[in-house]
Every structure is written in C-alpha cells, then in structure tokens.
Ligand binder design. Structure first.
Ligand code: GDP
Length: 310
C-alpha cells in the first residue's frame, strides 16, 4: 500500500487531539455509530489498560487507498533530540495554529526543527469558528516565523487551509463551504507530502523511539529504510560506529492502525513500525539484516528529494 508519513505540530490546546479524532472518524476508522471513547493522541487509556507505555504517539488513517501514518511530536524543549529523531521519520508536517492565538512557543520550537530537517509543512489555521479568529494576521505571523527560522523559499511557499477541527472541516478559504469536510486536508497531504523514499538493499531501520512493555519487553519504533522485515526474522543491531550491539530475532512487528497497534507478519521499506524481540538495541542504532555491515546514520537528514507543487 502507498504510504505517507507525517507529523502534526501544534502548541498545546491548539486542537491537535480533536483534529486527529476527526481525521480518524472521517477516514472511516470508526465503525458507524461506534462511540469514540478514547482520543487518539491523548494520554492513552487503551495503552494504560494493556500496560503499554506509549512515549511517542502515532496513529494511521487511510485515504483513497493511501495509508497516512501520523506521528505526534513532543512540543517541549526538553525533548529536543527526540523531536529531531521523530521528525526524521516523516516526509511532511501539518502545522496546526489556533486562528486567534497564532503561533506560540511550542509551535516555534518544533517548526524550527521541522524546517531544519527539510520538511515542507502544510499550515492549517484551526478554530476559525472562534469569534476572535484573525486568520490573515495569523498567516502573516506564521510566515514571519518561518522566515525568522531560515526557511527556504520552497518552505515559505507553504500551502494553507483554514477550518475547524472540532466542526470537522478544512478548506482553502476561511468561509465554511456547503460540503465542508476534512477531505481538502487529506487530499493536500496526498498531493503535497512526498511518498517515503526507500533505500536499496536488505532490511535496515534506525531505532527512533524506545519503550518498555511489560508483555513484549523492549520495543523499538522506527521507519524502515530499506528491505522488509518478517516476524521471527534474524536481525542484528549495529551502533553508529558499526560495532555489533547484539544478534537477535524479531518476536513481533506492530503497525499503527487507527488507534491500535496491530501485530503484522511483514513490514516494508517506508513504513513506520515497532519491533519487539531485541534486548539491547537502542535509539540511533541500526536494526538490520545479518548481512548488513554498514550502519545507517541518524544525522544528518537529507531533505526530501521529491518536489511536488500544490
Ligand atoms: P491539543 O492540546 O492540541 O491536543 O488540543 P485539544 O484537541 O485537546 O483541544 C483543546 C481545546 O480546544 C478543547 O477545549 C477543544 O474542544 C477546543 N477545540 C479544538 N478544536 C477546536 C475548534 O476547531 N474550534 C474551537 N472553537 N475549539 C476547538
């Protein structure tokens, strides 16, 4: 299946959780009449119930036959290194900005990292329903922020949508259209965000997020750089200098599907998955086929090579 990997960047309370809930609903992840009890990117009652700690929250939706993996980005400066690692897994970002508040410190911090890793964000001005919305000024503030953060001309030429995540719509104009929905946002992600680039050769993946799970043990999430990985496959882990960290076997592969993480038999280059079964491999290590001799390097990150116009 074709893929897109994106991050959503927003200051706290600008409406990220609400928007992702709506994206899940409108992409048909929830069955009809099913009540949405858990919020996708909230603190995660489902995970708590199962004893799973999710450090970086991710979800996926399907739109027109394309799977869109959506990763959350911690907004706090304490997570600087983690933010960069997470952003290096994605090829695009939605910068969600409150139409009244405008860009705030967290927006600035994470946008700075996103521009640095070469992403070309989509800007979504949210909460346009607010009586005190000031969309045009907010767009100017976002432009000034990008410019102050040394955005390239391409990055400054960001596509813009306006809308209300709560009311379930986004549109190229501030007026709510008669057929309002989130379709313009989904379509823009498909058009503007490049497909993940895929490396040559056997399975390789940089460990990006590490978690401890009481049932599965150590779980490492990353984007598969090349090849594919199967459940029960022998893999090894190399550190940044190419030294062997461990030899082991993948006991489980988990993919993000809607709100859940689903075990799958096989995963392919470009996808973001979590793998269990290794006991020492950590963040920035290369998880790979036993035939691989060279590690991948977590930094620097090349800007996306595919350029698409909006
Ligand atoms: P997060 O912290 O970015 O995840 O923000 P939430 O999704 O939790 O939303 C923060 C607050 O803003 C909540 O009270 C939401 O009900 C409200 N909110 C979210 N989207 C909208 C919107 O489109 N319009 C308005 N007026 N309020 C919204």
């Amino acid at each position: 299946m074709t893929l897109r990997n994106i991050a959503i960047i927003a200051h706290v309370d600008h409406g990220k959780t609400t928007l992702v809930d709506e994206l899940l609903k409108q992409s048909g992840v929830y069955r009809e009449n099913e009540r949405v009890q858990e919020r996708a990117m909230d603190s995660g009652d489902i995970e708590k119930e199962r004893g799973i700690t999710i450090l970086a929250k991710a979800t996926s939706v399907e739109w027109k036959g394309v799977r869109i993996n959506i990763v959350d980005t911690p907004g706090h400066a304490d997570f600087g290194g983690e933010v960069e690692r997470i952003l290096s897994m994605v090829d695009g970002a939605i910068v969600l900005v409150d139409a009244a508040e405008g860009p705030m410190p967290q927006t600035k911090f994470v946008v700075g990292k996103a521009l640095k890793v070469g992403l070309r964000p989509i800007v979504a001005v949210n909460k346009i329903d607010r009586a005190d919305a000031r969309a045009d000024e907010v767009i100017n503030e976002v432009f000034d922020l990008f410019a102050a953060l040394d955005a390239t001309d391409e990055q400054l030429d960001f596509p813009i949508l306006y809308g209300s995540g709560r009311d379930g719509w986004m549109a190229p104009e501030t007026e709510k259209p008669a057929d309002a929905s989130l379709a313009p946002l989904f379509d823009l992600v498909l058009d503007h965000v490049p497909e993940p680039t895929v490396g040559e050769g056997p399975f390789r993946m940089i460990g990006t997020i590490l978690e401890a799970n009481p049932f599965l043990g150590r779980i490492v999430t990353g984007r598969i750089h090349s090849g594919s990985v199967r459940s029960n496959q022998a893999v090894k882990v190399l550190n940044g200098e190419g030294k062997l960290v461990e030899n082991g076997r993948v006991s489980k592969i988990l993919a993000f599907r809607g709100l859940e993480r689903q075990p799958i038999d096989e995963a392919h280059a470009g996808d973001i998955v979590a793998i269990a079964g290794l006991s020492k491999g950590t963040v920035a290590d290369t998880f790979c086929d036993p035939s691989v001799t060279e590690p991948l390097h977590a930094q620097p990150i090349d800007p996306p090579t595919v350029t698409m116009s909006f």
